[in-house]
Ligand binder design. Structure first.
Ligand SMILES: [Zn+2]
Length: 476
């Protein structure tokens, strides 16, 4: 018969990323099956306080853990979950995500250990070691885009999400209920990524990001022009440009833009573009390997020129600042993207006092980080090594977002195409998330109290959200 007349409860439990951006981790449960979505850290905190609220849930009950992409706020607490909790489920991610995960978290371990030494706080900055990371790596399973895995009554499929190389949306079926989890996603054509796809099947529940709330992005061409003009004019007046970036992901898109711009502007030929990252070489190899998972435009370039678009002509990779001669105007792309510590913070402190210089923030700046603080254009900033010393800030601060998250128009269009019955908002600060909820509710106002009513939820961390489903058909 396949139909149950009884009401079944679907449970959504947010361990992180509820009314905040950071430490994404969500639990979905139906008919005794449990799936965990993402396992990130919060970049605004350190040590144990950067973790999702793992103590609030019995992780030994999780059957499957799906990681949407390699960003720290979605993947960096995975080694902790796998090696230091009672979690015993299976973990899945796409091939490029796994390839990058290894090097990225290796670097994360190194950076948090350095933070540990200098701060000397009780709350250790180190959540796990390289050995934990290596042990977790061997147990992670991979999934191809558009392929479906079925394990013990849980079925899931990976779709392109845009955003960064390897990012996936997961379409999950548990006991007849269909759920789409977007992770972080984008719908705007860029130079190398496939945009997020709309699955063919309609989900009952959509769990979507709400980073930009109801905001509207500038159009791509205007944004790029503003970006290259600002860089050009800064360099011509003898200034330096600092682009704080996450070590890889969106940085590769900026490198493609800059390399192309330098090719078209001869007067810039003698000005250096540096990509300062200890991961640069290893990770560029990953980008060169996975061209077949990128969009048609970059694959065409690859075929036509017979050379790799990620072998840049005008960009010099440097591991750190040891051999960096800071004598002339230049551009440096350096991690971390939110200037919490490391190379980008060191250059910020060095260049902030000179008004000719420019800091361009191209990513999303999370609450509690130096990048977020800079957006307020403070007259001075604290030195990282000695917070009692204040450094004057005269360099220009400009935000031009290449963060590759949907804006309101793109998010609401995507939701329309996906056509879910219920929407659960995650990954957004309270205010933008609340505004997005209101906008969606008024968009679907006409359907209220009909059988097609669209429900919208914005749960906080550790809120228990239960949705009732009647007479779900179970495919046998
Ligand atoms: Zn992300």
């Amino acid at each position: 018969n396949g139909t149950s007349g009884e009401t079944e409860q679907f449970r959504f439990f947010c361990l992180g990323g509820g009314n905040e951006v950071g430490r994404s981790c969500h639990i979905i449960q139906f008919k005794g099956k449990t799936v965990m979505l993402d396992a990130g850290v919060h970049p605004g905190y350190s040590g144990l306080s950067s973790l999702p609220f793992y103590d609030e849930f019995d992780l030994s009950t999780v059957d499957i853990l799906l990681i949407s992409h390699f960003h720290l706020d979605h993947a960096a607490s995975l080694p902790f979950v796998m090696q230091h909790t009672n979690f015993k489920g299976r973990v899945f991610m796409t091939h490029p995500t796994k390839a990058i995960y290894r090097w990225l978290l290796n670097d994360f371990v190194r950076v948090t250990m350095i933070g540990d030494d200098s701060s000397g706080t009780v709350n250790s900055g180190t959540l796990y070691t390289d050995d934990d990371l290596a042990a977790s790596f061997d147990k992670i399973e991979t999934i191809d885009y558009h392929s479906t895995v079925e394990i013990d009554g849980i079925r899931f499929t990976a779709y392109h999400a845009g955003h960064v190389l390897g990012a996936a949306m997961f379409f999950i079926e548990i006991g007849g209920i269909k759920v789409l989890f977007t992770g972080d996603y984008s719908r705007e054509e860029d130079r190398h990524l496939n945009i997020a796809e709309v699955p063919l099947t309609r989900p009952d529940i959509l769990i979507t990001e709400s980073t930009f709330g109801t905001a509207t992005h500038e159009n791509r061409i205007e944004k790029e022009t503003k970006f290259t003009n600002l860089i050009h004019s800064t360099l011509l007046r003898g200034g330096r440009c600092l682009l704080p970036v996450f070590a890889l992901g969106r940085a590769q898109e900026l490198l493609l833009i800059l390399d192309e711009y330098w090719k078209n502007n001869e007067d810039l030929e003698d000005i250096n573009i540096y990509y300062a990252s200890s991961l640069a070489r290893k990770c560029m190899a990953v980008y060169q390997t996975y061209i077949n998972m990128m969009n048609e435009s970059i694959r065409k370039k690859f075929r036509d020129s017979n050379s790799n678009p990620f072998q840049f002509k005008y960009i010099k990779s440097i591991r750190n600042l040891d051999k960096f001669d800071d004598l002339n105007p230049c551009i440096v792309l350096a991690a971390p993207g939110m200037l919490q510590n490391g190379v980008s913070r060191e250059l910020l402190e060095r260049w902030a006092p000179d008004e000719r210089n420019a800091v361009i923030l191209t990513g999303y700046s999370i609450e509690g980080t130096m990048a977020k603080q800079l957006l307020m254009e403070p007259a001075q900033i604290p030195s990282f090594n000695n917070p009692d010393i204040m450094i004057p800030r005269r360099a220009g601060i400009t935000e031009i977002s290449f963060a590759a998250h949907v804006d309101y128009e793109q998010n609401s269009k995507f939701i329309e195409l996906v056509n879910p019955k219920s929407i659960i908002l995650v990954h957004g600060e309270s205010n933008p998330m609340g505004r997005l909820k209101s906008a969606l509710l008024s968009k679907y106002q006409k359907l209220k109290n009909t059988e097609n009513e669209v429900k919208v939820y914005n749960p906080r961390n550790c809120d228990d959200l239960k949705l009732s489903f009647k007479g779900i058909k179970i495919a046998k």
